[in-house]
Design a binder for this molecule. Structure first.
Ligand SMILES: [Zn+2]
Length: 263
C-alpha cells in the first residue's frame, strides 16, 4: 500500500516501484489523504480542481497497474507562501486531523488488504509540506495499529537530485532549487535504492496523467520534469529511494521486499 498526501505525489516519488510491484504480480493499492484541491493549477482552487485531480489520480493508477485507489477525503492543507502551515486552510485540513483517528482509518484499509508493506514519507515530509509531514505521522501509527511488517519512507536521495536539478536549470534558469537544498534525505540515510529504469514509460505516463499540475506556468516542477528528454529522464528518474528505520547504517537494499542481512 502506497500512502500519499495529494494526487501526483505518487508520480514523483513511488510510481516506478508501484509499476514494478504490479508487474511482479503484487496487489498494489494507492491511498491519498486529500484530493489536492489547493494545488497550483490553471483551474481555481476548490471542489472542481479536487475532482479533476482525483480523475487524474485514477488515470495515473491505471498506468501503474494499481488494483485499488482510496481517497481518505481530508482537506488539502495547502502550503503557506514561503512554506509551513497556511493560515487560510480549510476546517477539515489533513494537518488538523486527529492523528489517532486518521491512523485508525488507514489501519482499517491495511488490515482489509492484509498489506505486507506501507510507504509513507520521511519525518520532514520531503520538502516540508504540512500534509506530507502528517503522512509520516498518520502512516507510521497506522502501520503500528495494523501490525504491517514493513514501513518504508519514500524519499529522494538529495545528492543526485541537486546534481540533476542544477543540470535542468541550465535549460530552465527560472527553476528555483534553493528549497531542495535541505529537502528529503542525504544519501547516507537511504536503505533502499530501487532501480525502476525498466518502468520509465509507466512512470512518465503517471506524471503525464496529472495534467492540471503539468501545464500552465512552466516553472512548475512536474511540467519541467516532463520536458526532460527520454535518456536523461531515465538517468534522473531511474531510481526510487526509501528509508527503513531501524536498519544499520550502510544498509543497501534493492527491492522493497528484500530481507535485510542479519547482524
Ligand atoms: Zn503532495
Amino acid at each position: 500500500m502506497f500512502f500519499h498526501a495529494h494526487p501526483d505525489d505518487e508520480a514523483l516519488l513511488t510510481a516506478g516501484t508501484m509499476a514494478m510491484l504490479a508487474a511482479q504480480g503484487h496487489r498494489v493499492v494507492l491511498v491519498v489523504a486529500t484530493s489536492g484541491e489547493r494545488g497550483q493549477a490553471d483551474l481555481a482552487p476548490g471542489e472542481a480542481l479536487g475532482e479533476a485531480r482525483i480523475a487524474e489520480l485514477y488515470k495515473s493508477a491505471a498506468a501503474l497497474g494499481c488494483a485499488r485507489v482510496v481517497n481518505l477525503g481530508y482537506g488539502d492543507s495547502g502550503l503557506a507562501p514561503g512554506g509551513g502551515i497556511a493560515e487560510d486552510r480549510p476546517p477539515d485540513a489533513f494537518i488538523d486531523a486527529d492523528c489517532e483517528e486518521a491512523a485508525r482509518r488507514l489501519a482499517g484499509i491495511l488490515a482489509e488488504e492484509e498489506a505486507d508493506l506501507l510507504t509513507v514519507y520521511d519525518p520532514a515530509g520531503g520538502y516540508g509540506h504540512p500534509d506530507h509531514v502528517q503522512v509520516n505521522r498518520v502512516g507510521g501509527r497506522a502501520a503500528e495499529i495494523a501490525g504491517t511488517p514493513v514501513v518504508l519512507e519514500a524519499t529522494v536521495n538529495r545528492d543526485p537530485l541537486l546534481r540533476g536539478l542544477k543540470l535542468v536549470r541550465r535549460f530552465y534558469p527560472q527553476l528555483d532549487i534553493r528549497a531542495f537544498e535541505r529537502a528529503y534525505s542525504p544519501g547516507e540515510e537511504i536503505t533502499h535504492r530501487v532501480n525502476v529504469r525498466r518502468f520509465a514509460r509507466q512512470k512518465r505516463a503517471s506524471m503525464a496523467a496529472h495534467a492540471t499540475q503539468a501545464t500552465g506556468a512552466d516553472t512548475r516542477t512536474l511540467g519541467v520534469m516532463l520536458k526532460v528528454p527520454g535518456p536523461l529522464y531515465r538517468l534522473i528518474f531511474g531510481t526510487e529511494w526509501y528509508v527503513q528505520r531501524g536498519l544499520p547504517p550502510g544498509t543497501r537494499l534493492r527491492h522493497p521486499f528484500e530481507v535485510p542481512p542479519k547482524g
